[in-house]
Structure formats: structure tokens, C-alpha cells
Design a binder for this molecule. Structure first.
Ligand SMILES: CC(C)(CO)[C@@H](O)C(=O)NCCC(=O)NCCS
Length: 497
């Protein structure tokens, strides 16, 4: 008998076990919360005022947690800054902070509230998790006292961290994560000395966690997926939408697809700051999402996800992102290239003058190929193919390689790249690819009205982003958003921060 035949029963058993694993699902919830903000003040308020404000926010979160639990959700994510808001100084946020211990101490704040000094916020979050038997993910402020024996101790004698916490269904603190990539203006917080890759295991998969601006960088976001092999990412955020590539629903769903993991993204809701867009994203597309610039209320989303999306039969194959684009000759270049600015970056554009065809546009080492067919070529709408290969330097520095098909706001080509929210042209076909130097590519398809296109597009193993059928709605943009982490400037020097 051949050894392979002898192994057959074991192989079949392993496959059956994998299939059993892969069919495991769980119910996830995210809550987009319209944060009740404190009055803007430079002076610290009394601790009792700070707690009262946080309790008003937690009253609202508690309603969402109860509702999610009632509907059977196993875990709920709430937004960054969801309990106290933003626009603080270092001093004025102090009364909102609590000492958050290392989860290794095995602490259930609900049953042992004063073990580490006063912690009313952690106590209440823990009790909400415990009383409703649901994992609760929240974003709070952690304070760590220090003194001159620590040479990097801040002058005011404490570190302050933007912190995610997770309580399990018994109310135990199981994860604590300090935001590593602080956004501009978060001067109330310190950078942690090292990036933390925080994970925890559950009966429904391995989880990782990071916050908001972290999603654009290698540490710890990519490490959690590539090295720690998490199944699902928990993502509290206070995301300010920027069209055409960085609206919350668009980029966060693209990250889930590009990285091949689930992402539970809970955004704050504040339309005057362009903050809206939360979702439950699987690698194959959004399972639920919301984007609402019309009203000021919060919104609960619940959807089912695969516990182990990497093993699921529907999970995307390993993609070689540049293999198609490197294998073809340049399509026609019509010689009418022009430069347009997207979010401060100079793109090379070429207009799609015909109802369909094949077009190439290049910038530096990046050539983008597009095959397309519009359902109808309208006189009153202009689409372009664009390429950008360079360091983005506005509101943070990060190296991008981007290929994009997008609608211009008007027929005047000088407007191309500026934000536009509506379109009328559907596409019978598109196929977009690029000669990327990085394998971190996030595929985005955005429809008119800032809507996602779950199930309507896919990425082939050779790196082409294609539609499945005629798009069900008019197209705003189709984008391969590439991040070339190795070309980023040296990471923010923590000592100087
Ligand atoms: C989309 C982006 C990156 C463009 O510069 C920007 O608009 C954005 O939402 N940044 C992340 C926001 C963040 O970390 N918020 C927490 C403190 S308010």
C-alpha cells in the first residue's frame, strides 16, 4: 500500500474537522454612537462632572448593548472617543481617565470594583457585559503615574493613553490596547513606547484590536493579521470621511477584503465632522453597513460572520497583485494625460472618452490598466483613469500606490479628483489592475450616494479587480488602494512625541 493511501483516512478526517471549523459562525454587532460631547473648556472639570458626562454616554451604549444581546449577538463594538468625546488638552482630559490594568491580572471589575482604585467606567462596562452575557468593546482613557526615576516620564507625572478595552461575557477584562498611531491633534495622549499586538481567543475565533488611524500603518494592524493570524479585527474609530478613497465604509471594508479578515468597525456619529460609516465586514464584502449624513442619531448593526474566514470555502485566493498588469503590453495611451490633485496628492489622469475600451495610465513605476464598458456614455459625466505612486504627506505621512477609475465632479477636467457624491453612469464591465511594488492592496468600489457594492465585485488571483454583473448602481469610483509600508518614513519617533 502506498503511504498516501494509508494517510487517506487521516486526511479526510482533517478536512472534515476543518470544514466543521469553517462553518462556525457568530453574530457580531457594532454601534455607531452620536457622542454627547462635554462643553469645550481648557480647565479640568471636577471628576464628578466628568463621570456624569461619561454615564450619559454609557446610558446610550447600554441601550445598544441590551438590544444587541437580545438579538443574540456575541460581541458588540462601540466607537473611539464614544464615552467622552474629543478636543481635550492633556489637563482637561485627566478627570476622565482611569488606570486600566494589564488583563493578565484576571479582573472582573463588576464583582471586584475597587481592586485597583476607583474605576467606575470599567465597572459599568464590565457589568453591562456580564449582565447581558456579551463581549463588550469600548474606548476609554488610561492613566499611568510615573516619576523622575523614569527618564521619559512626562513633566506632569503621568502617561495618558487612548485605550481600547474588551470585557468578556462574564465581565472579565480580556484585552487592553493603547493606540499607537495617534492622529493629528490628539495631544491629550502619549504614544506607547512600543506597538502592542493585542489578541485574545474566543469560542468564535481569534481576535485582534486597533484604533482608527492605526488602520493606515503596518504596526500593529498588519502584524495582527500576518503574524498573529487573527480572524476578526475589532476597530473602534472616530473617522472623518474623505472622498474619493478614504470614506470609512469604503476603506474599512477594503481593508477587510485586502487582508482577508473580518473587521468590526464602529464609528462615532457626528455629521458636522464628517464622522459616519460603520460596518460588519467580511473578506468577501460588507455583511452590514451604515452611512448616514442625514440625521444625528446612533445606529445598531448586527450580522453573522464566519468565525474562521481564512478557512472558509468563500475566502479569496492568495492574490498576486501585479501579475496580470506585468503580463500585458500597455494599452493605448492617448497622449492626453493631465495632473489632478486628490487629497493633496498629484495624480496622473487620462479621460475615458469612449463608451468602452482599454486604457493605461502610468506614474513613476506604477502603470494602471483598465478595461471597461459603460452601460451608456453620457455627455454630462466624465470619468478618468488615474495613477499615483508617491509619499502622501497631508494629515500624516504614508507611501501610496493607487490605481483608480473615478467620476469627476463636472465635465471640466480641472475638477477631477475633487469629492463627488452622486453619479448616473452604470458599468457593464470593468477590470482594473496595476504594476504594484507592494502586496498590500485594498480594493474599493463605491457607488453613487456613498454606497458599497457587496457581492458585486471580486479580485482575481492575478490581481485584477473585476465586476460580476452590470453594476446595480452608478459608479463613483473603483480603486486599488496600495500601501507600500517599506517606503514610509521612519515611524514617529516615540521619544519626540
Ligand atoms: C481619513 C483620514 C485619515 C484622512 O486624513 C482622517 O480624516 C481620519 O479620519 N483620520 C483618523 C482619525 C482618528 O484617528 N481619529 C481619532 C481622533 S479624532
Amino acid at each position: 500500500m502506498l503511504p498516501s493511501q494509508a494517510l487517506l483516512p487521516a486526511v479526510l478526517f482533517a478536512l472534515a474537522a476543518l470544514r466543521a471549523l469553517a462553518s462556525d459562525t457568530f453574530l457580531a454587532a457594532v454601534y455607531e454612537h452620536a457622542v454627547i460631547l462635554p462643553h469645550a473648556t481648557q480647565e479640568p472639570v471636577p471628576a464628578s462632572d466628568a463621570l456624569a458626562l461619561m454615564n450619559r454616554n454609557m446610558d446610550v451604549l447600554e441601550g445598544a448593548i441590551k438590544e444587541a444581546a437580545q438579538q443574540g449577538a456575541h460581541i458588540i463594538v462601540t466607537p473611539e472617543d464614544g464615552i467622552y468625546g474629543w478636543r481635550f488638552t492633556r489637563e482637561s482630559i485627566y478627570p476622565y481617565l482611569e488606570d486600566v490594568p494589564d488583563p493578565a491580572v484576571n479582573w472582573i471589575p463588576c464583582t471586584d470594583p475597587s481592586r485597583f482604585g476607583p474605576a467606575p467606567v470599567q465597572e459599568r462596562l464590565s457589568c453591562m457585559a456580564r449582565n447581558n452575557s456579551i463581549y463588550v468593546v469600548a474606548n476609554i482613557g488610561d492613566k499611568k503615574l510615573c516619576d523622575s526615576s523614569d527618564p521619559s516620564c512626562p513633566k506632569d507625572g503621568r502617561y495618558q493613553y487612548n485605550t481600547d478595552v474588551v470585557f468578556d461575557a462574564q465581565g472579565k477584562l480580556v484585552a487592553r490596547y493603547h493606540k499607537y498611531n495617534l492622529f493629528l491633534g490628539e495631544n491629550q495622549f502619549n504614544y506607547p513606547k512600543e506597538p502592542e499586538a493585542v489578541t485574545f481567543e474566543t469560542p468564535f475565533g481569534k481576535f485582534g484590536i486597533f484604533t482608527c488611524f492605526d488602520i493606515l500603518f503596518y504596526e500593529p494592524a498588519v502584524v495582527l493579521v500576518s503574524k498573529m493570524q487573527v480572524d476578526t479585527v475589532l476597530f473602534p474609530t472616530a473617522w472623518m470621511n474623505v472622498l474619493p478613497f478614504l470614506t470609512a465604509i469604503e476603506f474599512h471594508s477594503a481593508w477587510a477584503m485586502g487582508m482577508g479578515v473580518n473587521v468590526l468597525a464602529a464609528n462615532t456619529h457626528n455629521t458636522s465632522m464628517e464622522m459616519t460609516g460603520s460596518g460588519i465586514y467580511a473578506p468577501t464584502g460588507a455583511r452590514a453597513y451604515s452611512y448616514n449624513m442625514k440625521t444625528e442619531d446612533g445606529h445598531l448593526l448586527i450580522a453573522e460572520l464566519d468565525a474562521h474566514p481564512r478557512l472558509s470555502p468563500a475566502s479569496p485566493p492568495a492574490v498576486s497583485w501585479n501579475s496580470y498588469a506585468l503580463s500585458v503590453e500597455r494599452f493605448s495611451q492617448n497622449g492626453h494625460e493631465f495632473t489632478g490633485i486628490i487629497f493633496e496628492d498629484p495624480f496622473t489622469f487620462t479621460e475615458l472618452t469612449k463608451p468602452g475600451g482599454n486604457v493605461t495610465v502610468c506614474q513613476k513605476d506604477l502603470c494602471c490598466h483598465l478595461s471597461y464598458k459603460m452601460a451608456e456614455k453620457r455627455d454630462d459625466e466624465v470619468y478618468v483613469l488615474g495613477a499615483f505612486d508617491g509619499l502622501h504627506v497631508f494629515e500624516g505621512q504614508y507611501y501610496l500606490q493607487i490605481c483608480t477609475l473615478l467620476k469627476c465632479p463636472s465635465t471640466n477636467l480641472s475638477t477631477c479628483g475633487q469629492p463627488v457624491e452622486t453619479a448616473q453612469t452604470k458599468f457593464d464591465m470593468f477590470s482594473l489592475s496595476g504594476t504594484f511594488g507592494t502586496s498590500y492592496i485594498f480594493p474599493e468600489v463605491l457607488y453613487s450616494g456613498v454606497q458599497l457594492a457587496p457581492g458585486e465585485f471580486e479580485v482575481l488571483a492575478d490581481g485584477r479587480l473585476i465586476n460580476r454583473n452590470t453594476t446595480s448602481k452608478p459608479v463613483l469610483s473603483v480603486t486599488l488602494f496600495g500601501r507600500w509600508y517599506e517606503k514610509d518614513p521612519p515611524s514617529m519617533d516615540q521619544a519626540s512625541a
